[in-house]
Design a protein around this ligand. Structure first.
Ligand code: GDP
Ligand code: MG
Length: 294
């Protein structure tokens, strides 16, 4: 029996969170086609006979300018300290190679054994297209293995798990078998709302948005819905206008889609009420970050 901690790290948008969800068979981490969707360290526990892999999904490593981005990068780097092994992810593409080489340098400072996953191989025309990438990633660091994968289809995931298992210490499980995460339902619910903002709005709006849960009321009577009130915080009036949308169309859509995901997560009907507030420049100050849960 082996058990231990694995940090999933890499540039933004390479598919780290998608991979974690695929392995867990559960939507723990929100995902979108926009970079920097993940802002926290997310713990997810994968169990199979003889293995407990405790994954830490992390924000993408990037050049940070705002206080929020610096916090995100610090969170990802801190996760590296706490683990037995690293899963380093890059996109199997030309862009992925440039990005990956830069980010891989960060790992030079750590002594953790690392498996490299080349993700999104479903987008390649054929297997031969991988060959130049394999050569390239091999020159960055001494990976214990490199594995082509598709987080979207699950291709290669079993092999990644096998390679990671070899890097974990012999140990009894560190979490009870029925525990998937240490994250609260309240947090997961707030993330589902943030996901819809990331997926449904454009430009700078997702990056200026944060979600807080004002009320999470479980009914005494099982036949009634769980009542959740949440606030979407943005930084400017114009962003508030975009979140609300024409005659409230956008906020309605965010609410409907988030509520459906919440009902799947909680296994219970949900009544969701959303508010929008302007919190000027929250993403640029320590005070703003603390206030909104970062
Ligand atoms: P993260 O920022 O590294 O956590 O990346 P996400 O998991 O949020 O994924 C970023 C985007 O890449 C999303 O639109 C995913 O659907 C997409 N994606 C992730 N893995 C794959 C993959 O294997 N193939 C393809 N085609 N898209 C993927
Ligand atoms: Mg992510």
């Amino acid at each position: 029996m082996r058990a231990g901690f694995i940090a999933i790290v890499g540039a933004p948008n390479v598919g780290k969170s998608t991979f974690l969800n695929e392995v867990l068979g559960f939507k723990l981490a929100i995902t979108s086609d926009k970079p920097q969707t993940t802002r926290h360290r997310l713990l997810g526990v994968y169990n199979e006979p003889g293995l407990q892999a405790i994954f830490l999904d992390t924000p993408g490593l990037h050049q940070a300018r705002r206080a929020l981005n610096q916090r995100m990068v610090d969170t990802a780097l801190a996760a590296l300290q706490d683990v037995d092994a690293v899963l380093f992810m890059v996109e199997a593409s030309h862009k992925g190679m440039t990005q990956g080489e830069e980010v891989a340098r960060i790992l030079e400072g750590t002594d953790k054994p690392a498996v490299l996953a080349l993700n999104k191989i479903d987008l390649l025309p054929d297997k031969a297209a991988l060959l130049p990438y394999l050569d390239k990633v091999a020159s960055w660091a001494s990976w214990t293995a490199y594995v082509p994968i598709s987080a979207l289809t699950g291709d290669g995931a079993t092999l990644v798990l096998k390679e990671l298992k070899a890097l974990l210490p012999e140990s009894n499980p560190l979490f009870p078998e029925d525990v998937i995460t240490d994250l609260s339902e309240r947090f997961l619910v707030s993330e589902l709302i943030r996901e819809k903002v990331f997926r449904l709005t454009g430009q700078e709006v997702p990056y200026s948005s944060a979600v807080t849960i004002d009320q999470f009321l479980e009914p005494g009577d099982e036949s009634r819905p769980i009542a959740i009130s949440a606030t979407i915080h943005v930084e400017r009036d114009s962003q508030k206008g975009i979140i609300i949308g024409k005659r409230g169309a956008m906020i309605k859509r965010i609410g409907t889609e988030a509520r459906q995901d919440m009902e799947t997560l909680l296994g219970h009907p949900v009544f969701l009420e959303l508010f929008v507030r302007v919190e000027p420049k929250w993403s640029r100050s320590q005070k703003g970050l603390t206030k909104l849960g970062y």
